[in-house]
Design a protein around this ligand. Structure first.
Ligand SMILES: NC(=O)c1ccc[n+]([C@@H]2O[C@H](COP(=O)([O-])OP(=O)(O)OC[C@H]3O[C@@H](n4cnc5c(N)ncnc54)[C@H](OP(=O)(O)O)[C@@H]3O)[C@@H](O)[C@H]2O)c1
Length: 269
């Protein structure tokens, strides 16, 4: 069966990789976006304008759709993603969708960052929706760390969270796993997907400076509060990295384009 697969957030970092991989496998893909665009103008990609926050356009977007790959995120508010996910699930139930695949973040059930708590509530809404579901929790993308370090390097002294480690992962690898899950049957919660190394943020900052040929002192800073403490405790980490994928250094060596999260792109307009 080759039913249409709807990708929410298909204009975003992860979503655009997922679209490329699904169409590469001959799947019929529809993208949900708030903007009219033709960035993915391939014949197999249908662009559908709609807004998860208001529910506008969702019934049309879900018509004839079997699997929904939910990659959309607002990122600016804790509650926005929850309401958006609930709107999507209601529309999916009306349309008789057969599988919802959601990409979440490692540690969202234990980490106090409000954005992560919102993601956890989205996971719960999906589990309670009555629709068949799969949830994949991934680590922070190399693209996100790259953007954060680029911002930090604008200062004469580059701040980095002290005693804080990340297991960042190549976005294309998360997309590969997401695509595999979207093509298969619903599996519930699958194994977490960390990147290939556990690196201190200060070391990532030095890798970034070396990779971009800049010179700055790196200043480890200890922020107060429960969110910074949770990062120091590693509540966003898997017990071990998953060796084999592209490391942060290899990612930078390929000269990646800077990819801010969609919320930052919209705020800059
Ligand atoms: N970035 C990371 O490090 C990371 C790590 C693990 C998991 N994740 C998860 O992976 C998913 C994708 O992340 P990403 O970094 O690729 O996101 P992103 O680049 O910021 O893209 C988010 C997309 O969401 C869409 N969107 C936002 N609000 C919408 C609304 N109201 N209605 C319809 N579409 C809406 C935007 O599309 P339009 O602007 O075209 O409407 C945008 O393309 C998210 O769920 C995120 O939490 C991310």
């Amino acid at each position: 069966m080759n039913q249409t697969i709807l990708v929410t957030g298909g204009s975003g970092n992860l979503g655009s990789h997922v679209i490329g991989q699904l169409t590469g496998q001959g799947r019929q893909v529809r993208v949900l976006s708030r903007s009219v665009r033709s960035r993915h103008g391939a014949p197999a990609v249908e662009w559908c304008v709609g807004d998860l926050a208001t529910g506008e356009g969702l019934d049309q977007a879900l018509e004839g759709v079997g699997t929904v790959v939910h990659c959309a995120t607002d990122g600016r508010t804790q509650h926005g993603d929850v309401a958006a996910t609930e709107n999507l699930l209601k529309a999916g139930a009306r349309a008789g969708s057969s599988h919802v695949v959601y990409v979440s973040i490692i540690g969202v059930d234990r980490h106090p960052l409000p954005y992560y708590q919102g993601k956890y509530r989205c996971e719960q809404a999906i589990q309670e929706s009555g629709l068949p579901w799969t949830v994949l929790r991934a680590a922070q993308f190399h693209d996100l760390v790259h953007f954060a370090l680029h911002q930090a390097a604008r200062l004469p002294v580059m701040p980095a969270l002290a005693d804080t480690r990340f297991q960042s992962i190549d976005t294309a690898e998360v997309a590969r796993r997401t695509t595999e899950l979207a093509i298969g049957e619903a599996q519930g919660r699958v194994a977490d997907l960390p990147g290939p190394q556990t690196l201190a943020m200060a070391d990532m900052a030095r890798i970034y400076l070396r990779g971009t040929g800049r010179r700055r002192p790196v200043l480890p800073i200890t922020l107060p509060g429960k969110v910074a403490r949770a990062y120091r405790q590693g509540l966003h980490l898997a017990p071990a990295p998953l060796p084999g994928g592209r490391t942060f250094e290899e990612f930078l060596a390929a000269g990646p384009e800077l990819k801010p999260p969609a919320a930052a792109r919209r705020a800059a307009r």
